[in-house]
Design a binder for this molecule. Sequence first.
Ligand code: SF4
Ligand code: SF4
Length: 408
Amino acid sequence: MSTLPRWTGHFTRQRRLIQLAFLAVFALLPLFDLFRFDLPAGRLHVFGSEIWLDEWTYLWLALMFAMWLIGALSLILGRVYCAYACPQMVFSELAHDCDALAKRLLRGKDPKLQKQVARVLSHGAILLMSIVASILFMGYFAPLPQVIDRVVHLDVKLWLGAVGAATTLLAYLDLAFVREDFCRSACPYGLLQGILEDGRSLHVRYSEETGPCIDCKLCVRRCPMEIDIRNGSFQMECTRCGTCIDACDEILAKKNRPGLLAFDFSGLSWRGWDLKRSLVALSTLSFGVILAVALAHRDTLALQLAPLQSDVAPGKAVAESHFLLRAANRGREPVTLAVHTEGLPADAVIQGLPTQPVAAGQEERWTLVVQIPETPGRKGLQSFTWVIDSPRGAERFPGAVLTRGKGA
Ligand code: SF4
Ligand code: SF4
């Protein structure tokens, strides 16, 4: 069986294989917690670190770094992310493969019937692909095995079911009717990448050094972005997919001539390396190092202790204050807390102290109660100090109980 149309040509085949590798990465990133938002738990997983949503600085740094990285890549390689890694483009091309396969399966049949049945087959395959794409996408917001298990058992809780259905519908409409039109005219990220490239970025060069163009326009007809690269190498829509190069090689090979289009890597050589590239490379490296160091040294234990209420009801022989202790263990090991006080009278009673360690990845809350017997000589605010011992040392928090000095 001959090759599918979108799998012909050296650069095209190479690119489609790279796309499949990125698709595998796209599926595996959340599976191994390398990048995943766990919405039910309110956590972002980044390469083994579990960032809680209240750690907004790390969240912001991680997302900014991802954007910065793709921006820096655009300066050097142009809009390659679109052609080689973007799931929108990968799935769009797979949708074209579905069309071609469906037509091929029905080759030789009645043309009218062939057209109709091929359309049904193709849409069926695209629907199936949309469900897979939706499951992979949902895996970025809830654990993937859980998502698959729920889908298989048709056990979808409201938000998971609603979001999954909406994503599947959107993916189906996109892959069935929009495809590369989105990349051409609507994707803001694609346009941003197009703006970031410059005259030294990787590009497709058109040259008639080996002979004139025969104006067959095969390069234009095959270009997924519908541009004529002969009009200029640096067109914002060009994703450096290489399809036009394969097309020109193919057509001119029939005339025993080399193609007129080729990738130009000259800007990537040391001679093409300029101050702007050096600064971008340096800042990207620094940004990466800062993020890695910040994540490695981030505080995995968050302790908060705040007063809740002070009971001053008349007629009671005991003054009582309530405090809320909150401990968030963002690390991978359980943490044991030992809480005591300094500066309280000897007859004070403390209740509600932690008795169990805080499990890894969990947050615990305790209501601590301090009771001081009222005596005639004891009046006013009785200040004291909470001391919390944890693996990172002793931490002190101020506390106070209001006494009225009217006890028995
Ligand atoms: S001009 Fe060539 S490299 Fe650029 S998008 Fe079109 S086919 Fe791909
Ligand atoms: S495929 Fe080659 S020969 Fe044909 S129009 Fe494009 S550049 Fe010219």
